[in-house]
Design a binder for this molecule. Sequence first.
Ligand code: ADP
Ligand code: ZN
Length: 512
Amino acid sequence: MFGYDSFRGDQAAIVEHVSDGGDAVVLMPTGGGKSLCYQIPSLVREGTGVVISPLIALMHDQVEAMRAVGVRAAFLNSTQDARERGEVERAYLAGELDLLYVAPERLSAESTKRFLEQGRIALFAIDEAHCVAQWGHDFRPDYLALAELAERWPTVPRIALTATATEATHREITERLSLGHARHFVASFDRPNIQYRIDGKNEVRRQLLSFIRDEHSGEAGIVYGLSRNTVEKTAEFLSQNGIDAMPYHAGLDAGLRARTQSRFLREDGVVIVATIAFGMGIDKPDVRFVAHIDLPKSVEGYYQETGRAGRDGLASTAWMAYGLQDVVQQRRMIDESPGDLAHRRRLSAHLDAMLALCETVSCRRVNLLGYFGQASEACGNCDTCLRPPESWDGTVPAQKLLSTVVRLERERRQRFGAGHLVDILRGKRTERVAQWGHDELSTWGIGGELSEQQWRGVVRQLLAQGLLAVNDDGYGTLVITPESAAVLSGAKQVHLRREPERAARSRGSGGS
Ligand code: ADP
Ligand code: ZN
C-alpha cells in the first residue's frame, strides 16, 4: 500500500506490537518514519485509528496523502463547518474510516469523547507526545486531558510518538499518559548524513549567501530566523542576490503561506526563510540544508529543525551562525518573559544547553546525542571533527575583562554594554569614554593583545560559561556572577576556544 520495500529500524517490531493490542512509546528522530508505526496497525486492527495531532494546519495534507494511497482517512478540527463535520462523523460511526485525525482541544471536549464511544476505535496514536511534558520546549495544556484515555478506553491500545527524547521528557510522557507498562522503542537519534557546523556571526547575511552559493547552489533549504523582520529582510537580500528565496512567518496572509509552502514542496531549489512557524510535519525528502541565522532557544528545537534536512539519507548540512548579540538578546528575553520563576529557570536551562553545544571544543554530534542520553564517538562529519578548534588559556584576558566590569558596576547610574567594555580594554578614545572619564580606569588600554573581534569572542564565551551575566535592566549591561570571583582571585582557570580571525569581507564580492 505505501510502496516501500521494507521496514526501517524498529518499525516492524512496533507495528507488530501495536497491531497485537500492546501500548507503545516511540522515540524516533524527525524523518525516522513514525507515521507508519500507527498507520499500519490502524489498517490491520478492526475499527478506526484515532490520531491526536496538534498540527491542525497539516491535517488536510496528511489526510490527502493517506487517501492518495487508498487509506480511508478524515479529520476533525476547528477549521471545518457543521456540514463537513457531520459527514466525517457519519463515516466514523458507519465504520468507514481507517484513520481519524483529531485536534487535542476537540478530544478534551466531553461531547467528542461521547461521540467516539459510539464507534469502534482501533487504537489511539498520540503524535508529538512531548507536548504533554511541562518541562519540555513545546508544552500544550490540551495534551494533559489525554491522560484520561487510559481510564476511559482501557482495552484500546495507545501509541505515543515523539522526536524529542531527553530523558526528562521521556519520563514525563510515560507518567502523564500512564504508559509505564508500555513497550518503549528508543531509536538512535543520530542522523549521520547531516553535517553540523556552527560559525561565529560576523556579517550574517553575507555569510549565509556564501554558504548557499558555495555549497548548495540551486538546492532546496530552510533558513530559520527569530523575528519576522529578520525573516523578511533576509529573504529579500537572498532574492536580490539571485537565490530563489521566499519569506514565511505567521504574520503573512494564509493564502500566501499556502502558496509558498506548495512551491517549496513541488519545485526544485526553493529556499524558505522562516520563523519556527515553518516546517512542522512538512515531509520533503530532499531539503539539502537547514541554516540558523539566530541562536535557537533549545537543543530540542534545534535538533528538530535541523532534522528536516536530508530525510532522503543523502549528504546535507546544518549550518548556524551565532554571536555575542544572540546571547545578550536571549538572556534579556528570558528575563522579560512572563511566567513564574520556574518557567524562567527552564528557559535558562534550555539556553545553557544550546550555548554548551555552540562552544564545545569536541564533536558536535557527541554533544547533541549526549543531550538525548545517547553515547557516541566523534563523528568525523562536523566542524569540530573536521577542523578541531584549539583551546587557549584565557585566564588573564578574563581577569582584565571581569575587573573592568567590576569597576563599571560601581557607576550604577549608567549602563554600559559589551562594545564599550571592549573599547576601554583596547584603549579606544570614543565620545562615551571621554564623557565618563573611562580613560582613567586602571584597566584602560590593558587589552591591546586581542583584537576587537577576539574580545567580543571572550565576552561571549564568558557569558556562555556563566562567568558573566546580562543584567535584567533591559540595556544588556554586563555584570559578574558568583562564579566570577574565583577567576578574579586566580583560583579558577578559564579555557577558551580559539576562533579563526575573519577578515571583513569586501562588499559586493560574491561567494568565494
Ligand atoms: P517522522 O514522522 O518520524 O518525522 P515520517 O513518518 O514522516 O517521519 O517519515 C519520514 C519519511 O520516510 C517519509 O517520506 C516516509 O514516506 C518515509 N518512510 C517511512 N517509512 C519508510 C520505509 N519503511 N521505507 C522507506 N521510506 C519510508
Ligand atoms: Zn563530529
